[in-house]
Design a protein around this ligand. Structure first.
Ligand SMILES: Nc1ncnc2c1ncn2[C@@H]1O[C@H](COP(=O)(O)OP(=O)(O)OP(=O)(O)O)[C@@H](O)[C@H]1O
Ligand SMILES: [Mg+2]
Length: 296
């Protein structure tokens, strides 16, 4: 798969501008450098957080060591993993403000090998606080690079960013830190409209901040097989985006929407439901695609 062929209409993103600071080097001494994926779409409610939680759980279930970094002030990934606000002692805000190494902000979850760097409402103000720092777009990249400084802590093989529904400085920080972007796309009428905006942002980040950033893939979410529109959207997105679209489609499934209120990934809440099974398939497809991307 080559993602560089995708083009999108021009869009002046808020922060994905020219380099404002030398990017830090990637960690070099880890036994295996973690793969870093940003789960992003500026559209709200398309399944970013659900994908971060369940993909993270599925990857952990097959032996990977995964860190989910909650970059959304809403903190849904943190709540959905059962970490209530009162228990978020350290957060991604502290990390972005350079007050806490990412490894120390990471806390265990109920899922073995799955860790979370939670978010707090402080994140709401962080954009303003870091806006004038010359390295404002690279704060998270520095934090990810610092994971190598904690060799006694868990050695993550995957870092997944759960981005907010905006192409703001938080999302830019995630993209500037990542090897690739994974875009959840809800099977609904306007699905393709928002896609060009995110692809354009990826292109800008690539030009200005992170030349190696790839599009990992597009995952279609909340597919309803009884609904003709859902099928039409799948067809349209596949026609326009070809191989970038994962074969796995995540069905609309009530167990998936129930799970967060129990503070559990759907895969723990009901392993056998159609949604959990789909996320497990997505994880193995992602691992296969990783091999292609890493070999490219
Ligand atoms: N496959 C699914 N089946 C049923 N409900 C789903 C599915 N995926 C997500 N949902 C529900 O849809 C809502 C939005 O999902 P989610 O929070 O993952 O989206 P998001 O893109 O992270 O939203 P935001 O932009 O607000 O961060 C949630 O209530 C979630 O439980
Ligand atoms: Mg979310």
């Amino acid at each position: 798969m080559t993602d560089r062929q995708y083009s999108a209409p021009s869009h002046s993103g808020p922060s994905a501008r020219e380099p404002d600071h030398e990017p830090p080097e990637w960690p070099a001494q880890l036994p295996r450098q973690p793969r870093i994926l940003a789960i992003a779409n500026q559209k709200g409610g398309v399944g970013k957080t659900t994908t971060a939680i369940n993909l993270g759980t599925a990857l952990a279930a097959i032996g990977e060591s995964v860190l989910i970094v909650d970059l959304d002030p809403q903190g849904n990934a943190s709540t959905g993993l059962g970490v209530e606000r009162a228990h978020r002692l350290h957060s991604t805000y502290d990390v972005l403000m350079d007050e806490m190494p990412l490894a120390e902000a990471a806390q265990e979850t109920a899922v073995p090998r799955l860790y979370l760097a939670p978010s707090t409402l402080d994140l709401l103000g962080v954009e303003l606080e870091i806006a004038n720092f010359p390295d404002r777009s690279f704060r998270m990249r520095k934090a990810v690079a610092s994971l190598q400084d904690s060799p006694s802590g868990p050695q993550f093989t995957y870092v997944l960013f759960d981005c907010p529904p905006s192409l703001n400085l938080l999302t830019i920080n995630a993209m500037a830190s990542s090897h690739a972007v994974l875009v959840p796309l809800q099977c609904e009428f306007f699905a393709l409209e928002g896609l060009s905006q995110i692809l354009e942002t990826v292109e800008r980040v690539r030009r200005g901040l992170n030349p190696d950033l790839a599009i990992h893939g597009i995952v279609l979410t909340m597919f309803d097989g009884r609904n003709k529109l859902s099928m039409q959207v799948v067809e349209d997105v596949r026609t326009h985006m070809g191989e970038a679209v994962y074969n796995t489609v995540i069905p609309r499934n009530v167990r998936i929407s129930e799970a967060p209120s129990h503070g559990k990934p759907a895969i723990l809440y009901d392993l056998n439901c159609a949604g959990s099974q789909a996320y497990l398939r997505l994880a193995s497809e992602i691992i296969q695609r990783e091999r292609l991307l890493c070999a490219a």
